[in-house]
Ligand binder design. Sequence first.
Ligand code: CA2
Length: 151
Amino acid sequence: MTERRLLLVNGPNLNLLGTREPEIYGTETLADVERLVVDAAAGLGFEVRAVQSNHEGVLLDAIHDARLDCAGIVINPGGLTHTSVVLRDALAGVALPVAEVHISDVMQRESFRHHSYVADVAVVHVVGEGVAGYASAVRRLIAVIEGQADG
Ligand code: CA2
């Protein structure tokens, strides 16, 4: 039976959401993001385990653990998006469906934000929709999971 639980991963510096750079990231906090994701998932019958860390290894361990009891991963890797082969390898290694979320429109920002090491291991991509994009990612990821469950 498919586990009805998602792992929500927020990478480095996303604990600062709502405290600065509101013109880029809005005014909602990490707690608001986590509540939004929990509510969106609950409406579709899924639980959420949320992790945010500024330490790459903590994120890797949470992703590895998701193998045991999660059906998919919603991740905003923060700046690790553009730098981290090991994060990409962890996501590929657990072989769960992944939704990659970015609050800002990275393609309209500095060129170093245009490349994502995660993009081609993710099945859902939500970029530049603000914090609301997390809820959209949850809905689209669950649709993928349910499609897989039916198959
Ligand atoms: O747009 C996004 O969600 C990003 O993943 C956010 C990352 C950035 O490095 C990516 O290029 C795009 C940065 C997260 C830092 O978030 C902060 C939020 C408020 C104040 C300061 C940092």
